[in-house]
Write a protein that binds this ligand. Structure first.
Ligand code: IPM
Ligand code: MN
Length: 383
């Protein structure tokens, strides 16, 4: 079989610490199942690279990464000591967000951020129904508020005006909404296979096994809000088996706290999805356990990128305290994704997911450092 190649980019802060554990798990799985997998470690993108070369990553970074089948990324960004602005303020010429370059450059137009409160994970909400939180937030990852167009006029003067344009296309809206409905169907199927069902009401009161909720702010941002709503209604006709729902972003934030168990698939714009997924991460036990992936579903020749929702957490970096759980769930998701190319990787992904979930269920409440958590997962993989 062809060998699938992973670009491992540890990044900054706790990134290298959690990525090291992800690689240990990959090694164990490769050895156990003879997986057709290899990887290369890149010291960039990172601020350490910037200190040596004046850039967060080399000029041909994207071309180098394009050769790989997936990118496994730790975390990016290092504010450094806050009393040393030279260290954390990069010049304008340096991209602050290589993450955004990768999403754009490899057309990773889907960002999937599942939020399921697993046994053993910390439950922040007091309501016991919060145990049942199990949703998938799908963030539009290619345009919207993140197009980076705009500028500062009369910069620095008292008459300064900053503009920041948002661009929404029907094509990108249609594909992300459709993707949401497809995932809703797959989730309903997976639940049925596990002998579980969930019920969602449609507007006419009838019941469905899955739901897609689309988020907008159409009462204030009406142009894209109206287009989203129109596209959503059109696409929904192709999925009569899936219930539809709409929330305004502000009300969605409220309901994520009030009744998060009522959501199934949530489709949101780039920025609104960014905000909602930090909230969703907390609903599933916190940043320490929340996986994320940036996918290009149409073009297998372009690498998708897998990074936990959390950042580089400079406050705990270098102490071995970071929870590798989110990184390991993310790695499991990467293996399952690569399973589209080789089914043995799907099995390995499920095995890793099950091992991490089992460790969480057994030891989730106890205080453990990075190594202890990873070793417990590794021991399960080697069973
Ligand atoms: C995320 C992060 C990024 C984003 C930042 C680092 C640019 O918050 O992946 O959610 O806003 O997309
Ligand atoms: Mn974010």
């Amino acid at each position: 079989p062809e060998t699938l190649r992973i670009a491992v980019t540890p990044g900054d802060g706790i990134g290298p610490e959690v990525v090291t554990e992800a690689v240990h798990c990959l090694e164990a799985l490769r050895e156990k199942h003879q997986l057709p997998l290899e990887w290369t470690r890149f010291p960039w993108p990172s601020h350490a690279w910037h200190e040596m070369h004046g850039e967060v990553m080399p000029h041909d970074a994207m071309a180098q990464l394009a050769d790989y089948d997936a990118i496994l990324l730790g975390a990016l960004g290092d504010p450094g000591p806050l009393d040393d602005p030279d260290r954390y303020l990069l010049p304008d010429s340096v991209s602050l967000a290589p993450l955004l370059d990768m999403r754009k450059g490899f057309d990773q137009w889907v960002c999937e951020r599942p939020a399921r409160l697993l046994p053993g994970a910390r439950q922040y909400l007091a309501d016991e129904r919060a145990r049942d939180v199990d949703m998938l937030v799908i963030r539009e990852n290619s345009e919207g508020e993140y197009v980076g167009q705009g500028g500062r006029l009369r910069q620095g003067t008292e008459h300064e005006v900053a503009t920041q344009m948002e661009v929404f296309t029907r094509r990108a809206t249609d594909r992300i909404v459709r993707y949401g409905f497809e995932r809703a169907r797959l989730r309903a199927e997976a639940r049925r296979a596990e002998g579980k069902t969930r019920e969602f009401r449609t507007l006419d009161g009838t019941r469905r096994e899955s739901q897609v909720c689309v988020i907008t702010k159409r009462n204030a941002l009406r142009y894209w809000g109206d287009m989203y709503t129109e596209v959503f209604e059109e696409v929904a006709k192709d999925y009569p088996d899936v219930a539809t729902h709409h929330e305004l972003i502000d009300a969605a934030c409220m309901k994520f706290v009030q009744a998060p168990w009522a959501f199934d698939v949530v489709v949101a714009s780039n920025l609104q999805g960014d905000i909602l997924t930090d909230l969703a991460a907390v609903l599933s036990g916190g940043m320490g356990v929340a996986p994320s992936c940036n996918l290009n579903p149409d073009n297998p020749a372009m690498p998708s990128m897998f990074e936990p929702t959390h950042g580089s957490a400079p406050d705990i970096a270098g102490q071995g305290l970071a929870d590798p759980t989110a990184m390991l769930f993310t790695t499991a998701r990467m293996l399952e994704w690569l399973g589209r190319r080789d089914p043995s990787l799907t099995m390995a992904g499920r095995e890793l997911y099950a091992a991490v979930a089992a460790d969480l269920a057994e030891n989730g409440g106890t205080r453990r450092d990075t190594r202890e958590i990873a070793d417990s997962v590794l021991a399960r993989l080697k069973e």
